[in-house]
Design a protein around this ligand. Sequence first.
Ligand SMILES: Nc1ncnc2c1ncn2[C@@H]1O[C@H](COP(=O)(O)OP(=O)(O)OP(=O)(O)O)[C@@H](O)[C@H]1O
Ligand SMILES: [Mg+2]
Ligand SMILES: [Zn+2]
Length: 154
Amino acid sequence: MSEHELRVAKIRDGTVIDHVTGGQALNVLSILGIDGSAGLSVSVGMNVPSDRLGRKDVVKVENRELSQSEVDVISLIAPEATINIIREFEVVQKNRVDRPETVVGLLSCPNHNCITNGNEPVKTNFTVVDEGVRCTYCGTIIRDALADHIEPTR
Ligand SMILES: Nc1ncnc2c1ncn2[C@@H]1O[C@H](COP(=O)(O)OP(=O)(O)OP(=O)(O)O)[C@@H](O)[C@H]1O
Ligand SMILES: [Mg+2]
Ligand SMILES: [Zn+2]
């Protein structure tokens, strides 16, 4: 590490989401439902130089693992992301994200009349399409700002 790099405390156990598309770190935090109130130790690097991407964001979360739905939504906003599992300060697992065919749960449908927003809770289900993601129940397409459509109750 050169004298021009900033040293951030390593985490003992948790997850490092690396190679996040520049500018998407705060959206990754929204997807993870992290708003600072949980007391988790979180560090975020934005627009960090990267050999591969030019600039990237990095999100490091202590004592937290990611669900498949969380990884699926992250892959849609940060297709180059790598998910690193940290145990005892070391990377014990590294996975690239894959573009999913569907996203189950986690996202909410913006159509208030959709069955998924009714009194009987029905788990949301979105098909990934070129324009964004399409609700399997009512056909509504979420075109952008996916992170703004995270289910409030989770
Ligand atoms: N204990 C830790 N606490 C916080 N961050 C960590 C820890 N261990 C590794 N990291 C971070 O996790 C990411 C992956 O670590 P790794 O050592 O695999 O780096 P790398 O060889 O550059 O990986 P890649 O080839 O995926 O770029 C890096 O951003 C690194 O800074
Ligand atoms: Mg690297
Ligand atoms: Zn719907």
